[in-house]
Write a protein that binds this ligand. Structure first.
Ligand SMILES: Cc1cc2nc3c(=O)[nH]c(=O)nc-3n(C[C@H](O)[C@H](O)[C@H](O)COP(=O)(O)OP(=O)(O)OC[C@H]3O[C@@H](n4cnc5c(N)ncnc54)[C@H](O)[C@@H]3O)c2cc1C
Length: 365
């Protein structure tokens, strides 16, 4: 059986479903394919930061994109909550990256100076340990200082994803697409349950994107990077703002994380990482020594070679796109608005030429 749509999106993670929401708003007939299954993919396993500080060193386009998304987040949240009843629980609380030694503080100072020189560190300030303890009494004596950015915040990533899935549920087709075939009128998508026709196709399949895109001349040379995260039982509220590796959720649980490990496609967890994450969190917030950890998991980031998003259109098959990034929570609001608008009006490459795949040509996989 063969069915048709204006635009097929492959992958209903945070990236694909945000794009589907925006494209539907344009009146396009969207088919959003997802393989489903128990795949513990990035959208189900992330830390939930909506994070500006530190983004965009040597890449002002990324700093601008991130800041634009943060500006759009309140309206994005309101739209999702109203349409679906799932509140993404976004709070622009401010965000803090903590230094626990003179060395870490010196590195933060240098990084901030570089960002300032590139005008990419707006609203970020360096604070010493005493100023931070005055702001957050739960911080311990080992905190040397940190960088605080008023634009940073956090959201409930699972609620955000659930809201996006609910908002786009009429477009979702559960199917594993194993091949995209170019045709005279567009593309035929092949799955085990049938074939689907679409005028245009957006590949947003996370780490599976390269395999689907390569025959269409789309390759982002993506690689997995594992992050492990811990979560505690509910605790009395002590932290409203988001810290880079510790945050308290609206339910009161505390998330600690997250590692950056190059271990291929292994999503497992290790006691060593758990010990290191707890030790560091306790040095920041000593009372966490009494917290009970209730869960640990690992998930795979979707990393491009230079760490920047990829917004690519195929040169050989112009109706085919590949969209991916490693900050899918932060960028969800701009994906559902500006990036979807650019795809709908065929301006993706003109709008962000720096983020096309040509910059990645020759990159190692
Ligand atoms: C540990 C960790 C912490 C993170 N922390 C943050 C954070 O604090 N803030 C932030 O902004 N970002 C964070 N991220 C990144 C964020 O989670 C990702 O950028 C985002 O989830 C990527 O979403 P995606 O839709 O591209 O990919 P995925 O979530 O991997 O979704 C891809 C989807 O495509 C589907 N799919 C794959 N192949 C096919 C196929 N052939 N046919 C049909 N469907 C297919 C899969 O089933 C899946 O549903 C973190 C990631 C990790 C791993």
């Amino acid at each position: 059986m063969s069915r048709g749509a204006d635009i097929a999106i492959i992958g209903a993670g945070l990236v694909g479903s945000a794009l589907a929401l925006g494209l539907t708003r344009h009146g396009a007939q969207v088919a959003l394919f997802d393989a489903g299954g128990d795949d513990f993919h990035a959208s189900a396993g992330n830390f939930g930061l909506v994070w500006v500080q530190g983004k965009g060193i040597e890449a002002p386009v990324y700093a601008d994109l991130t800041r634009r998304s943060v500006a759009l987040w309140p309206a994005f949240q309101a739209e999702l909550a109203e349409a679906t009843g799932h509140d993404p629980a976004y709070r622009r609380s401010g965000g803090l990256k903590i230094a626990l030694s003179d060395g870490e503080f010196a590195t933060q100072t240098d990084t901030l100076a570089r960002l300032h020189n590139q005008r990419a560190a707006l609203n970020t300030e360096l604070m010493d340990g005493d100023s931070l303890r005055a702001m957050i009494p739960a911080l311990g004596p080992e905190v040397r200082g940190g960088t605080f950015c008023a634009e940073d915040g956090h959201a409930d990533p699972l609620a955000t994803h659930a809201a996006l899935r609910r908002a786009t549920q009429r477009a979702i087709i559960r199917a594993h697409i194993h091949r995209i075939e170019p045709t005279a009128r567009g593309f035929t998508l092949h799955s085990e349950t049938g074939t689907y026709e679409a005028t245009r196709v957006v590949i947003a399949a996370g780490l599976a994107s390269d395999a689907l895109g390569a025959p269409l001349g789309l390759s982002a040379h993506l690689r997995p990077q594992r992050g492990q995260i811990l979560v505690t039982q509910r605790m009395e509220r002590f932290l409203d703002l988001a810290c880079h590796t510790v945050r308290q959720t609206t339910q009161g649980t505390v998330m600690m994380g997250d590692t950056k490990e190059d271990v291929g496609y292994d999503r497992g967890t290790t006691p060593m990482a758990a010990r290191a994450m707890v030790a560091r969190a306790v040095r920041m917030f000593p009372h966490l020594a009494d917290a009970r950890i209730v869960r640990q998991w690992g998930a795979l980031r979707v990393m491009s070679p230079d760490g920047l998003p990829v917004y690519a259109q195929s040169e050989t098959h112009p109706g085919a796109y590949l969209v991916t990034c490693h900050s899918g929570v932060t960028l969800a609001a701009v994906h559902a608005r500006d990036v979807a608008d650019a795809i709908a009006t065929d301006r993706l490459t003109d709008t962000w030429p720096e983020l096309n795949q040509t910059r990645l040509k020759g990159a190692a996989a």
